[in-house]
Design a protein around this ligand. Structure first.
Ligand SMILES: NC(=O)c1ccc[n+]([C@@H]2O[C@H](COP(=O)([O-])OP(=O)(O)OC[C@H]3O[C@@H](n4cnc5c(N)ncnc54)[C@H](O)[C@@H]3O)[C@@H](O)[C@H]2O)c1
Length: 256
């Protein structure tokens, strides 16, 4: 699967910050925005993979995305990374809150610490990065915040209580932020991916059987990949969706 061929001219030179841009869906988003001519920064904890991605994209596109190393579970580090991104890009018009970690954990194994850690990696930084960047968006006339949720919280998945809670919480957060920031022309929407077959998903969780079972539920009978999220994200970032806020967009091949 290749990136979408469509062009969104208003994204040219737009400052775009993607969290978790070092691999998976985030890496496809970094490339997708770069190929629109946007100025892109991304935050990730995985330094080697992220530097390799920045080198590869610089060689391929002639534009180097700005990599900012940070552990987003640390709210102080997340705020510093947001300030570094604003400094690097001049201004941010698009924030994509994407970083997450979909660990499985049986009910009996969840502890107070593991619960808090899961919400820290899957939910809290969505709020604190939005809070850190909204004032600059307000000053520069508006912006678009795109929050990655998941269809997982609607699938009764037994081994993901904290992750599912976080992903459901992102919908509430999206609606609340949209209400607060709408008067400043800052739009906030959520994307709910279905089963996106990345290298990590294959390595950790997916089997040929589980992929086939999900395809059975999908209307579209093909594997969904990271690049499938790029077009919807460009649309939500662009002025093409100028009247759209507080919405959730499901990209799952038609499971729901
Ligand atoms: N892949 C799927 O099937 C799927 C399905 C539904 C929703 N989603 C959502 O889409 C988004 C991207 O998913 P993905 O499959 O590409 O995930 P991924 O695990 O492949 O990538 C996540 C990225 O976030 C980074 N990251 C993790 N913890 C971090 C931390 N503490 N600080 C900074 N960076 C950190 C990782 O290094 C990685 O580069 C996530 O929000 C995920 O919940 C994915």
């Amino acid at each position: 699967m290749t990136l979408p061929s469509g062009q969104f001219p208003d994204l040219r030179n737009r400052g775009v910050l993607v969290t978790g841009g070092g691999s998976g869906i985030g890496a496809a988003l970094v490339e997708g925005f770069l190929r629109q001519g946007a100025r892109v920064a991304f935050i990730d904890i995985a330094e080697d993979a992220s530097r390799a991605l920045a080198d590869k994209l610089a060689a391929e596109t002639g534009q180097r995305p700005e990599f900012i190393a940070a552990d987003l579970r640390d709210v102080g580090a997340a705020k510093e990374a947001a300030a570094a991104a604003i400094a690097a890009l001049g201004s941010i018009g698009v924030l994509v809150n994407n970083a997450a970690r979909d660990d499985r954990q049986p009910l009996e194994a969840v502890t107070e610490d593991s619960w808090d850690e899961s919400l820290a990696v899957n939910l809290s930084h969505f709020f604190f990065l939005s809070q850190a960047i909204a004032p600059q968006m307000r000053q520069t006339g508006g912006g678009s915040i795109i929050n990655f949720s998941s269809i997982a919280f609607m699938l009764n998945m037994p081994e993901m209580p904290a992750y599912s809670t976080a992903k459901a919480g992102i919908i509430g957060l999206t609606k609340s932020l949209a209400g607060k920031l709408g008067p400043d022309n800052i739009r906030v929407n959520a994307i709910l991916p279905g089963m996106i077959v990345t290298e990590r998903q294959r390595r950790l969780w997916l089997t040929e059987d589980s992929i086939a079972q999900m395809q059975e539920k999908q209307c579209l009978k093909r594997i969904l990949v990271a690049e499938d999220l790029v077009g919807p994200c460009l649309f939500l970032a662009s002025d093409c969706s100028a009247a759209m806020t507080a919405q959730t967009m499901i990209i799952d091949g038609g499971v729901f």
